[in-house]
Design a protein around this ligand. Sequence first.
Ligand code: SF4
Length: 419
Amino acid sequence: MVVKMKTPTIPITEIEQSAFCQTDDELKAKSLEEEFDAGVRWQKLPVSYMRMSPEELDDRITEARAKLGSRVVILGHHYQRDEIIKFADYRGDSFKLSLLAASMKDSEFILFCGVHFMAETADILSAPHQKVVLPNLTAGCSMADMARIDDVLDCWDDLRDVLGEDHGVTPITYMNSTAAIKALCGRNDGIVCTSSNAAATFKWAYEKGERVLFIPDQHLGRNTGVKMGIDLEEMIVWNPFKPLGGNTEDEIRNARLILWQGHCSVHTRFTVDQIEQAREKFPKVQVLAHPECTMEVVQAADYNGSTEFIKNFVSEAAPGSVIAVGTEISMIKRLAAENPDKTVFCLDSVVCPCSTMYRIHPAYLSWVLDGLNEGVVVNQISVDEETAEQSRVALDRMLTVESPTRTQAKAKSPSLHQA
Ligand code: SF4
């Protein structure tokens, strides 16, 4: 077996994550020129858009949107800023928006206000005559960037070398991954999952094989494995920069769940201490955590579930409820504003939006809408046909498994212990 040494690298999106963090709780729109001061990469665009005030951009977007009429549909992820969400025809999490993209065959353009992997999935699922546009091409995702296809292919080869051709490993990739990784899952009897149906996809995978390779979020993978009753000792973490992922051959042979060493820079900010402080301050607080949080946080929370689950939980809670949430701040602030009869707040007192989602500034939305009105498709996201076809196989498999809507974290798995 050839042992490959690699230089560890940190995705630029991870390094830039804290660029928009602030200690006061204002996340007010500024002109793009002012926001350029945040130390992140921005896509270049005509300078006139950079100088427009929030009000000018508002008017301009409204006008351009009206001119396009039903030729365009705007999809907005829950983590987008308010100044974008107000123009979204539909809002949802990545799964809901992908399904919407697949069903809206009448619109010529799907303008995806989210991040790169979501626009790719929309392109895969949309009809051939539709064009998907991402307003700012630097809106990536640090988690997706932690799993590069070449590294995942190396891992797949290593697993085959250690376990043999008949290795019984089913690859499951979280929606938050590149199209190339979804395609790898499609051609290797694997599947895509979301945070709401991860357990159902694990069940599907273990019914046909003895092992799962979960890419790219180790925390969602671990939390789901624990929920399925898999012991932590049967899980290993695959570090793509170390030979055999940093594991021995025996550890690989004994593993039932191989977790790619990736994480979400936003959800790993939450801590058990923050939960304890929220409980001290509000003894009746209900704590909700997204399953991209660490296992310790998910286990300490009262409930955990997907973005849609969190949204529904807050909307359906009784008036007067106090709810602390561990997820992206733009969404929590919107939930708080839409539920004024409840106290809804973020577990983390530092205001830290997802820095890649936040890069969809209204200036970019205005720029791409103007382009469409002038017959120019700016920032089209296009996945090549072979990759798209193989990805569709894995996405279609996902649609065949059931997805529970609510997960209560208090029912802890008896197998849980510190690794
Ligand atoms: S919140 Fe995390 S997983 Fe979601 S887009 Fe941002 S970095 Fe990626």
